[in-house]
Write a protein that binds this ligand. Structure first.
Ligand code: ADP
Length: 480
């Protein structure tokens, strides 16, 4: 007998459509909640980038119209299954709003920002209209990031009293727009709805702020990030709204799908391996991936980066350590995409070292798996990191993370130099010098074969499954 029915509202979900870690969380948490008596279903937009083949068979469970910019837009909810799972997915089908432009558009232009804002304000508005009409009624609506953060307020505006949870996966994305204009899209007067009153420091309607002020419960994805968010340095203007939350902001560390990400069964790996075969397995995978990347083999370690190439991820610190890696006959492979200027800077920085370093500017989940399976060390020098999945995946595959001491990286990686049960290297200052010092110690550990193997095995033993955090979410739903 299920105790709770929870509807996830989100912009991405693995394996259907993924831009970053948010998709992995939305794709994995429902399965982890099922044994705990929670039936979670997921609602996402039906993007043009979502192929019918990926969606599989669907049936139309609801057709309705949504008021928008003074007219009505027809929408349907298509019900399907998340691939390789029993989880139900509702695809919101509204071609006019979701077919063009990928998932998020380019948010560094005003035009892209406007399109993204219209897309997700509409999505939240339409979700709020659909919820009361759904044949399956959720007890809790669980909204993920700003793309769904307007849902609690919109439910209130429509007279629906619902229990809601807002999870902040990254406070950088807030969804800001001129309030009068945004409310016009909805056909709502600015003055009548107290629920829609909050304005950010620039006087804009700020969708994430709206969610923080209206959701029954607000949480984020690690305890350290939950504390950091209350400071001006990390709170990005919303620290005051977060501090005023009556129940505070809880931090719950993400897990990963340990069945999907498993070096013993991952078909991407030339050599699959367990803890007792990690050293030999990695050697084979490393040779294979170096050949794939047209890099020469060397006696030193393979350093890998997989992640978005943005200011947040601190990838600008990487060019400074290339000489250190080369000096120890190491190799560096970077896989990522993001801000065009940063992509360009990385590509140019490694161009002079074609036999030592390689950068792929693209999204490629299969290559990412091969890199985790081959890597000795995983570099993640983030300026801020709400939780981070890269370091968890790295540990799962026995690659030792080298991370900055922030957010979820602080909560999940213990430093080998200070803790017997350490699984990585943690540095504090966001500088190349601090990263270099950690790297030098990592190189020393790499040269002590037994120490390195023991560290890899400890990393692989780290519990990065969803089991503990899923039960904390159940408690959160009870509070909501
Ligand atoms: P964020 O959510 O901030 O992007 P996370 O570390 O939480 O960062 O999650 C990133 C996820 O996306 C990981 O699963 C990582 O392996 C994956 N990923 C990021 N960039 C790429 C890429 N270019 N190709 C394949 N997978 C990627």
């Amino acid at each position: 007998m299920n105790q709770h029915r929870v509807l996830f509202v989100a912009s991405e979900v693995t394996p259907l459509i993924k831009v970053g870690g948010l998709a992995d969380v939305v794709g994995a948490l429902p399965d982890a909640l099922a044994p705990l008596g929670v039936e979670a279903r997921i609602c996402i937009p039906r993007y043009g980038a979502l192929s019918s083949a990926a969606m599989g068979g669907t049936k139309n469970v609801l057709s309705t119209t949504i008021p928008w910019k003074g007219r009505s837009i027809d929408i349907s909810l298509l019900e399907g299954r998340l691939p390789n799972s029993h989880v139900t997915v509702y695809y919101m089908d509204a071609p006019e709003m979701f077919l063009a432009g990928g998932v998020y558009y380019e948010h560094d232009t005003e035009h892209g920002t406007r399109l993204a804002m219209e897309r997700f304000v509409f999505f939240s508005w339409a979700v709020a209209h659909c919820i009361p009409q759904l044949p399956w009624q959720p007890d809790v609506v669980h909204c993920h990031d700003w793309h769904a953060a307007a849902v609690p307020a919109m439910l209130t505006v429509l007279g629906e009293q619902r229990h809601t949870v807002l999870t902040i996966h990254n406070i950088e994305g807030q969804g800001k727009w001129n309030a009068a204009e945004a409310l016009q899209w909805l056909g709502l007067p600015t003055s009548t709805h107290a629920t829609l009153q909050p304005r950010d420091l620039q006087g804009n309607l700020n969708i994430l702020q709206l969610g923080i002020c209206t959701a029954s419960v607000v949480n984020t994805v690690s305890p350290t990030y939950a504390q950091e968010l209350l400071t001006p340095q990390y709170g990005q203007g919303l620290e005051g709204d977060l501090a005023r939350r009556p129940g505070g902001v809880r931090g719950i560390v993400n897990g990963i799908d340990t069945a999907l990400f498993n070096p013993e069964t991952d078909t991407q790996l030339p050599a699959r391996y367990a803890q007792d075969t990690v050293a030999a397995g990695k050697l084979i995978n490393k040779r294979s991936v170096l050949a794939e990347c047209s890099l020469t083999t060397g006696s030193g370690p393979l350093f890998v980066v997989v992640g978005r190439l943005t200011q947040q991820k601190g990838v600008d610190l990487l060019p400074g350590i290339i000489p250190d890696i080369m000096h120890h006959d190491g190799r560096l492979i970077i896989l990522g995409s993001g801000v065009p200027d940063i992509e360009q800077a990385i590509t140019s920085a490694i161009a002079p070292y074609p036999t030592f370093c390689r950068a792929f500017v693209k999204f490629d989940a299969a290559l990412a798996s091969r890199l985790y399976g081959a890597a000795d060390f995983f570099l993640m020098p983030s300026r801020f990191e709400p939780c981070g999945l890269g370091q968890l995946l790295a540990m799962r595959y026995g690659a030792l993370p080298i991370v900055r001491d922030t957010g979820g990286l602080h909560d999940t990686v213990r430093d080998i130099r200070r803790h017997k049960d350490g699984t990585g290297f943690v540095f504090t200052e966001p500088t190349t010098e601090a990263l270099r010092a950690a790297l030098q110690d990592a190189l020393r550990v790499f040269n002590q074969h037994d120490t390195m193997t023991a560290a890899r095995q400890r990393a692989m033993r780290y519990d990065c499954s969803w089991s503990r955090s899923a039960s904390t979410y159940v408690t959160l739903y009870s509070h909501a």
